[in-house]
Design a protein around this ligand. Structure first.
Ligand SMILES: Nc1nc2c(ncn2[C@@H]2O[C@H](COP(=O)(O)OP(=O)(O)OP(=O)(O)O)[C@@H](O)[C@H]2O)c(=O)[nH]1
Ligand SMILES: [Mg+2]
Ligand SMILES: [Zn+2]
Ligand SMILES: [Zn+2]
Length: 239
């Protein structure tokens, strides 16, 4: 995992108080540097009327599949683009290009999250004038992406039914930072033990106003409702 985000602070420095303090200070200054870059991104989005959504969630939660499903439904009416974050490969960006969605891949190497600077760089490779809705698919991870503001208008987590219904209380930080929690792969509910009320209840306890959705990108259940939410939020921002 990365040292940048703090998850790499070695055990011995937690014992050596002075070294730990130094590492925490470096970490704090990285976050404040990130905040400045996030502001730059906000300016770009505002200037070009781009509505940006930060999609977070574990590897395989269904982030790219949901972008594909949404794009197929609304790409004739809205100009959609995506910034894709992964450690390696351009697979996700290629998946989206295949269905005609402008997309750019950020390969983070060994870093387990996107930060505002890498997103900013990617923004300069996109034709922002030609984008209504921008998906920023974060690196698959339920921990570190929560710590980095990317400047997006809304942030949300996808949690697939195969991951287990106990995850919200176990990984609270990311849910506290999110505007929405979307349960994915509901077509698989008959085959797994997943109590859908549990993440709903636990996420509301962490963040009273979090919006809760359930959907399947495979059989289309709930996708329209989620799209309506995105479009509503976009209207609120650019009214
Ligand atoms: N049954 C079912 N499978 C799904 C659904 N959504 C995604 N999948 C499958 O789950 C796997 C992972 O989906 P992705 O969309 O690649 O997941 P991701 O979150 O983008 O994964 P990373 O980019 O690696 O973090 C793929 O095999 C998808 O076909 C769904 O709604 N139902
Ligand atoms: Mg993906
Ligand atoms: Zn990390
Ligand atoms: Zn710029």
């Amino acid at each position: 995992m990365c040292e940048e985000c703090g998850c790499g602070i070695p055990e011995e420095s937690k014992v050596d108080a002075s070294r730990h303090t130094e590492e925490v200070n470096i970490y704090k200054s990285l976050l404040s540097e990130n905040e400045k870059e996030a502001d730059e991104n906000r300016e770009h989005f505002f200037k070009h009327n781009v509505f940006a959504i930060n999609l977070m969630g574990s590897p395989g939660a269904g982030k790219t599949a949901l972008i594909e499903a949404i794009s197929e439904k609304i790409k004739d009416n809205y100009k959609i683009a995506a910034i894709e974050g992964d450690l390696a490969t351009e697979r996700d960006a290629l998946r989206l290009k295949k269905i005609g969605i402008e997309s750019i891949q950020i390969m983070t190497g060994s870093t387990c999250h996107l930060d505002a600077k890498s997103v900013h760089k990617a923004l300069h490779h996109l034709n922002l004038e030609n984008i209504d809705i921008l998906f920023v698919e974060n690196v698959g991870n339920l921990v570190c992406p929560a710590l980095y503001d990317l400047g997006c208008h809304i942030n949300g987590v996808l949690l697939s039914v195969t991951e287990g219904s106990d995850k919200v209380a176990k990984y609270p930080v990311i849910f506290r930072k999110s505007n929405f929690l979307t349960i994915t792969k509901t077509d698989l509910l008959p085959y797994v033990d997943f109590n859908i009320d549990q993440p709903k209840k636990e996420s509301k306890l962490l963040k009273g106003d979090i919006r809760f959705f359930k959907l399947s990108s495979k059989n289309d259940e709930g996708v329209d409702e989620f799209i309506s939410y995105i479009l509503e939020k976009r209207e609120e921002v650019f009214k």
